[in-house]
Design a protein around this ligand. Structure first.
Ligand code: FAD
Length: 344
């Protein structure tokens, strides 16, 4: 990998797959044992298809600026380490649900309608939103739903825009959580988990030891482990029944961590079409979507399908789109409709 400093910079400024970039600069072994398993474990994606320009633009910039990623990293001042005081991972004491509950409690009563499925969006003057519980009229709409749901809602407004949204691929994953007594597990559970290279042919993409990442996730003397399956690497795996997936994940974890006996509990969660895949050309597709969207004043798209991978980016994107919608309403104050946004 150290030879990366001697690899000439690319003469192209187009998009390329992450596999192509890593293979080109760091070699096939770095791709197989570092990049591919990290992308499968974290993005549920396939390194041969995911877009370098969408997901790691800073590495492309580093290559262009310094001629080498390693040289660029070495030239950076060392950032202060947060890991000593706060840990590398951040969560909420009561789990991520606390975020949703706190947001819902902070919003004034009567301004939000929960558990309501939007079934149709029409445009005539302002917007008409049909939902499972009635009709809402609005001057501005922010759709913060998966891109393929936005596609269905946009069909009556702009079929080309709908097709562009529908073309954004999504991967499905499943996680299996296992509770064990700590004494059942031989492994020291140092670190926080592992990712699995494709070449290992394991049913697991990755696993985390949740109790090593955050305190309070299991009673004293117990450990909570989580295995990940499916994703872009192994989509057909998820066609199998729940009990088969639980057994596969349990066997793979037991072999790797030296676990004896049965788990205290196990639980499977399926996340069907919940991981958007920013494949090569994604930024160009989103630019075209935004260009078409500019022809529909008052309509905005937010969320992970388009520009925001992960919760912090989704929050930033949501704020930006809400500010744009508010600015739009402020500049069209003569029309007395109520603003609304898709449920998220
Ligand atoms: C297994 C897994 C683990 C993850 N771990 C992390 C992590 O550790 N850290 C991190 O930052 N990110 C993580 N993510 C990613 C994170 O969950 C997403 O980036 C984020 O939730 C995306 O937010 P969103 O609002 O774009 O989409 P979503 O959270 O998918 O929200 C879309 C909303 O639209 C609603 N909806 C759909 N159709 C309709 C309709 N017709 N009418 C009304 N509402 C509708 C849905 O019910 C949903 O509430 C993980 C994702 C998965 C799948």
């Amino acid at each position: 990998m150290a030879c990366e400093i001697a690899v000439p910079r690319s003469s192209s400024d187009g998009d390329e797959s992450i596999a192509s970039f890593v293979r080109r600069r760091f070699g096939t072994e770095a791709l197989n044992y570092l990049a591919e398993p990290l992308l499968a474990g974290i993005h549920a994606g396939d390194a041969e298809r995911l877009s370098m320009r969408s997901l790691f633009p800073r590495l492309l910039e580093a290559e262009q600026r310094s001629g080498s990623v390693l040289r660029s990293v070495r030239a950076q001042p060392r950032a202060p380490s947060h890991t000593a005081s706060t840990g590398a991972f951040v969560s909420l004491a009561g789990g991520i649900r606390e975020l949703v509950d706190t947001l819902a409690a902070a919003i004034p009563a009567g301004t939000i309608r929960l558990s309501e499925r939007v079934t149709e969006l029409r445009r005539a003057g302002g917007f008409t939103i049909e939902s499972s519980r009635g009709t809402v009229r609005a001057r501005a709409v922010v759709l913060s739903v998966p891109a393929y749901v936005a596609a269905g809602l946009l069909l009556g407004i702009d079929t080309a825009l709908a097709a562009l949204c529908d073309a954004i691929p999504y991967a499905s994953t499943a996680t299996v959580a296992f509770g064990y007594r700590r004494s059942q597990i031989r492994h020291p559970l140092n670190g926080t988990g592992f990712v699995v290279p494709r070449t290992e042919r394991s049913p697991l993409l990755a696993a985390t030891w949740v109790t090593s990442k955050w305190p309070g996730r299991a009673p004293d003397g117990c450990a909570l482990l989580r295995g990940f399956l499916g994703g872009g690497r192994d989509p057909n795996r998820l066609d199998r029944p729940d009990d088969e997936l639980v057994t596969l994940a349990r066997q793979a974890l037991s072999d790797t961590l030296g676990i004896q006996g049965e788990p205290v509990f196990s639980r499977l969660y399926r996340y069907t079409r919940q991981s958007p895949q920013y494949e090569v050309g994604h930024l160009q597709r989103v630019a075209t979507i935004e260009q078409r969207l500019s022809q529909v004043p008052g309509l905005f798209l937010a969320g992970s399908g388009f520009r925001a991978i992960g919760i912090p980016d989704c929050i930033a994107d949501g704020r930006e789109m809400a500010a744009r919608a508010a600015a739009f309403i402020a500049s069209h104050t003569s029309q007395p409709h109520q603003a609304t946004r898709g449920r998220s």
